[in-house]
Design a binder for this molecule. Structure first.
Ligand code: BTN
Length: 230
């Protein structure tokens, strides 16, 4: 059977997300680079991208309205957790879409979107996963598949992640949020709201926002609006 995924495999690029956007990659393209020279993380942070890691961008052009866009950021960590589980690594999702193994980060997701006529004309879902890259210089508590005792081929891992992501992204938001909640370690944790008040994370909304409880009231908060307390 022909794969539905068009692969672009690069030895090096600045960022696979940038490559996908600049080359206007088609729907269901997967861009995989062995090394990124300017890997991007969320909130403008750099994402260290040395050889041995998985630097993957998955492209969707399904013209979704804003209300359906959470699928991009929910499907990615779900796909990663599934694949890690297949390799015997039990992972958790730290809201909004980081993947952790016993308190150490193993993967991160950066979703970038382009809009036309009020719809997302292009979503580039970038996933960085520590496979066998050196994690000594990663600026947070980190782990890798190799550090968890698993030797894996980056392309085989990327192909499994991409296949699962493209399956998940077609599913209804209710199924995706239910899936994410099974792995989510953030529920029950304290978060600090923009006004300085402390709240407790109690649920995940279908649009991907975190529902927190503060002074007996439940409010939904977006990823950029709150700080999670460690
Ligand atoms: C984060 O943890 O803050 C998000 C990291 C996202 C990294 C991936 S690697 C593939 C894609 N290309 C990038 O430049 N960033 C994403």
């Amino acid at each position: 059977m022909m794969s539905r995924i068009d692969w672009v495999r690069l030895d090096v690029t600045d960022s696979t997300n940038n490559y996908a956007k600049q080359h206007a990659c088609a729907h269901n393209t997967a861009v995989l680079a062995a090394v990124q020279t300017q890997g991007k993380g969320r909130d403008g942070r750099a994402f260290l991208s040395q050889k041995g890691g998985m630097y993957l961008s998955l492209v969707r052009r399904d013209f979704r309205p804003l209300a359906q866009c959470a699928a991009y950021m929910l499907a990615a960590p779900l796909a990663v957790c599934d694949v890690l589980a297949e390799y015997g690594i039990e992972a958790d999702i730290k809201w909004p879409n980081d993947v952790w193994v016993q308190g150490k980060k193993i993967a991160g997701v950066l979703v970038e979107t382009e809009w036309r006529d009020g719809l997302v004309s292009c979503a580039v879902v970038g996933i960085g996963l520590n496979v066998s890259n050196d994690i000594a210089d990663v600026p947070c508590r980190a782990t890798s598949m190799l550090a968890e005792g698993v030797k894996a081929d980056v392309f085989v891992v990327a192909n499994s992640v991409a296949e699962r992501f493209f399956d998940y992204v077609e599913q209804p938001l209710s199924a995706l949020t239910a899936g994410v909640k099974k792995w989510l370690i953030t529920l029950g944790k304290r978060v600090v709201l923009p006004d300085g008040r402390t709240a407790v994370a109690v649920d995940l909304a279908e649009d991907g926002r975190l529902i927190v409880e503060v002074t007996g009231e439940r409010v939904a908060v977006a990823a950029g609006d709150v700080n999670l307390q460690e």
